[in-house]
Structures are given as structure tokens and as C-alpha cells.
Design a protein around this ligand. Sequence first.
Ligand SMILES: [Zn+2]
Length: 295
Amino acid sequence: MNVIKLISLSIFIVSCSSIKENIVVFSEPPAIDSVQTVSVRTGKVVFKRFSFNRDDGVYVLQCGEKKHRFQVKNKTAHIYLPASYFSKAKKDSCTFVERGESEKALTLNINSFDYPKERLNVPKSKVFYSKKDLARIIREKEIKKQIYKTSSDVFLFEKPFKVPLKSYITSHYGNQRLFNDKKKSQHLGNDLRARTGTPIPSANRGRVVYTGNLFFSGNVVVIDHGMDIFSMYGHLSKILVTEGSVVNQGDIVGLAGATGRVSGPHLHWGVRINGSWIDGFSLIEASKKHLGDES
Ligand SMILES: [Zn+2]
């Protein structure tokens, strides 16, 4: 009897250990085979492609505090990595988290970029706001939060980005502005010279997610290009698209103008990636790495 008990006990132990082994067998193999280093400067974006041993879909990479979505197609990951204008120079370890286990995917070096300073003199009312304007600015802060909250979970574009106008840049991205020697701000877009009425083409294919009038930007069109990439067109005299419509690269979204806080007619071209305003010209370069240079 004792012998039978012993045998059944040992069978039980053996079967337990095989269950344990089964768990090990079914655990996911590593997704990343080599860890690479990527460098980006503050206010810029870079594109990176790396092999990724998982099915097609959207995954998340955690770099420090920030989560970046990326797309996997045919075992290849495609990711845009922006660095906020306000970020400190640092080295972030980027990990891919799956079923509670994290795997190191990349090292992201954020290097600071020294943007030039410029002095501007504007009417007092444009720097120090009335109570009514201040209330509007606060209200619009909330609207802006909503505009950029959701983005399509696929890239909506198939070609590299293009600058909307090939004209003189009257104010570059990143300029540190000092208004009337008192108030500081940063110019987080590129200003392109344009007469009132100049047709403004979309920098790439995407979906129009906002059209409206805002205190600083005037008449604005915002386009979602998918995977947390947005472009915005400010100070328009006329908006020619409607929210929800899909625009192709080069489609006219509006006419240039001088609405909002401006000193003259021009296009303010903004690019926002994963919550940060980024230099649009760095998105053009990054997207060429992604989709090939057609120019
Ligand atoms: Zn501007």
C-alpha cells in the first residue's frame, strides 16, 4: 500500500514539474535581439527602425517617464522619438514591457540644443492680457488638450512630410523670445512668409481633427497624421476644410492671413509629436528615413 502511495505521489510530483516546464515553454521569446543607442536633440524628432519579434500591431516603448507608441510590420518596429523643447539633457533607458516583464530596447540620448534669442516689441495688450482675454486663454488651454488627446493608431501617411510653403522662414522654431524686454516665451513652430490669401497645402495625408479660432493662433486647422503626430496651420484668413475630413498631401486646408497674435500675415506651421511641439523640419528628415526620400 505504502509503495503505491509513494508511486502515485511521485507521479503527482512529476506531473507538477511538467506543468511548471510548460509555463516556461509558452513564455514569449525576446522581442528585441540587439539594444541600440538613438540620439535626439531637444525640440527635434528622430525615426528609428529595429527588428522586433512580434506580430504586426501597435506596441509601447517606455523611455524614462514617457510612453511612445510604435508600429510593427513584418517583424520590424517603426518609431518616431521626439524630445521636448523643455527636456533636460539626459540618457533614458527605453524598455518594452510585456506581461509584466520588461526588455531593454533602446538607449535614448537627449542632447540639448541651444536655440537663438530674439527681442520683439509688440503692443502692450498682446503681452499683458485683459481679464476677458485671460479667461479665453485658460478656456482654450482645455480645448487644445482635447484636440491632441487622441490620434489614429496607424500612420495615416505613406510619403515623407513636406514643408507646406517653400518660402522664407521669418521666425525659426525654438527662438527664445523676449517681448518688450519683459515677457519670455518660446516659438514652438516655424513661421513661413505668406501674403494674405496664399493657399496653404497640408504637409501630409491625415484627418482634420480641429478647425476654429484661438486667441494666439487665430484661425487654425489641425491634422492628425496618426501615431501621435499632428500638424497645425495658424493665423489663416480662411479655413477650407471641415473636421473629420481626410486630406491628402498638398490639399489646400486654408488661406494664409494675420488672425490671432501676429505682427503681419504669415503661416505658423506647428508640429506636435506625442505631446511635444517639435521642429517640423526635423519631422521632414525623420519621415524621409521612414518612407524614403522622394524629393
Ligand atoms: Zn509662429
